[in-house]
Design a protein around this ligand. Structure first.
Ligand code: 7PM
Length: 262
């Protein structure tokens, strides 16, 4: 899953056309590099981000989805917590919903149930403004596991097909470095829940904290983390660096396919 940022900055320079062309180019490039899904986000869900109005978010993401749909049939994921954005994005051609708020907004489950499309339910502790201030867990793995199990049951009870649910422990969302490392180490305990696991660690501050690396120097750590998660059972990887991640995953697949010799 390649990350396509639709930031407000890209609006302020050359206007809608440049912005749309850039987004399209980036999406097609990630597809060519091996991405199976393009995740489009209007940034309202980002930790510390100021809330974006409904109209602003719609204006940012809908034209981009329509544009990509003109040129590609790649799966499109809409990264939003707003049911109205989910609805409009689906009408514009989005195929799945990635909600860091796990469909908690009023009406969000209903939109996804009505359209019977895949959803990613992510765990976070606290709200995005304050969650990194003092994250606190007794047993992070069992708490997040229990949360995801309960949320899955609620979504199924409200009409979402079990087969359409993927789960995400939510790296960096109300987690210390130590918390994130424990989650990565325990990935197998999320992968036995009967739903595909999606992880998003790409360039995150956990690597800054561990390695003292700036955001643009976290490629090796990010890709290595994907491999660790893959070997523990995760199968969807939300990343900025699609080509490098695909190389690493192809190596994993080739090793698995190699003959066993004694
Ligand atoms: C600032 C801080 C900007 C963090 C952006 C981020 C995830 C996600 C994000 C994730 C799923 C980022 C994050 N992270 N969706 N959206 N899982 N499912 O690094 O871990 O892109 S936003």
């Amino acid at each position: 899953m390649g990350i396509l940022n639709v930031t407000p900055d890209s609006f302020s320079d050359g206007g809608q056309f440049n912005h749309l062309d850039d987004a399209l180019k980036h999406a097609l490039q990630m597809q060519q590099q091996g991405a199976d899904i393009i995740d489009i986000g209007g940034e309202s869900t980002r930790p510390g981000a100021r809330p974006v109005s409904l109209d602003a978010e719609l204006e940012r993401v809908v034209p981009v989805i329509e544009k990509i749909r003109e040129y590609s049939s790649i799966a499109i994921s809409i990264d939003t917590s707003k049911p109205q954005v989910m609805q409009s994005a689906i009408e514009a051609g989005a195929d799945m919903v990635n909600d860091v708020n796990a469909l908690h907004a009023e009406g969000a489950i209903d939109v996804c149930a009505k359209h019977q499309i895949p959803v990613c339910l992510m765990h976070k502790q606290g709200d995005t403004q304050t969650m990194q201030v003092n994250p606190l867990y007794d047993d992070i793995v069992s708490e997040i596991r229990q949360y995801l199990v309960a949320r899955t049951a609620e979504c199924i009870a409200a009409g979402i097909d079990s087969k359409n649910i993927m789960l995400d422990p939510g790296f960096g969302f109300g987690k210390t470095l130590e918390n994130n490392l424990s989650l990565l180490k325990a990935m197998q305990q999320f992968c036995n829940l009967g739903h595909p696991i999606l992880v998003g660690m790409s360039r995150k501050s956990m690597f800054g904290a561990l390695l003292d690396r700036a955001v643009e120097d976290r490629l090796v750590a990010s890709t290595s983390a994907v491999i660790i998660a893959y070997q523990r059972g995760a199968r969807f990887f939300r990343v900025h660096d699609v080509a490098e991640t695909c190389d690493a995953l192809k190596l994993c697949a080739a090793v698995e396919a190699a003959p066993d010799l004694t």
